[in-house]
Ligand binder design. Structure first.
Ligand SMILES: [Zn+2]
Length: 67
């Protein structure tokens, strides 16, 4: 699942496509049909309410295996 925004009409949408299709430019805007779309972030990364930089440290996960 990828998130896209259309450069032509500005429509934002999500589409369940493979990375190969994305890179081949096979993704088209459902609103205007343009293939001039820009890939955004995958959906799990788009729900940030607060900005980065506040309290996201490497501590607190417990495992400590993150190098
Ligand atoms: Zn569009």
């Amino acid at each position: 699942m990828y998130e896209f925004s259309c450069r032509k009409c500005g429509h934002q949408f999500e589409d369940l496509v493979s990375l190969a299709e994305v890179e081949a430019g096979e993704v088209e805007c459902p609103a205007c049909g343009s293939k001039d779309v820009e890939r955004g972030f995958s959906t799990f990364a788009t729900n940030g309410g607060d900005s980065f930089g506040g309290g996201y440290t490497s501590s607190g996960c417990g495992s400590g295996g993150f190098t």
